[in-house]
Design a protein around this ligand. Structure first.
Ligand SMILES: [Zn+2]
Length: 64
């Protein structure tokens, strides 16, 4: 599994890509995968939701 669209750390002028550390699914939203990203420069951590499937997310929207 690859995740190429890593977010940039907002604490730097130059773009520093956050690195994916781990992933887990939220117990409240088991269909959503959440990734823990850490900045290699300053150690800033961010939890970000990750789309595992665009088809699933579109289906969920249309079904709502
Ligand atoms: Zn940083």
């Amino acid at each position: 599994m690859t995740y190429e669209e890593a977010p940039a750390c907002d604490r730097h002028d130059s773009q520093v890509r956050l690195q994916l550390r781990t992933m887990h699914s939220d117990s409240a939203r088991p269909d959503v995968l959440v990734g823990l990203f850490e900045c290699p420069e300053c150690g800033h951590e961010r939890w970000l939701p990750m789309k595992t499937s665009y088809e699933d997310s579109e289906a969920a929207i249309s079904a709502a």
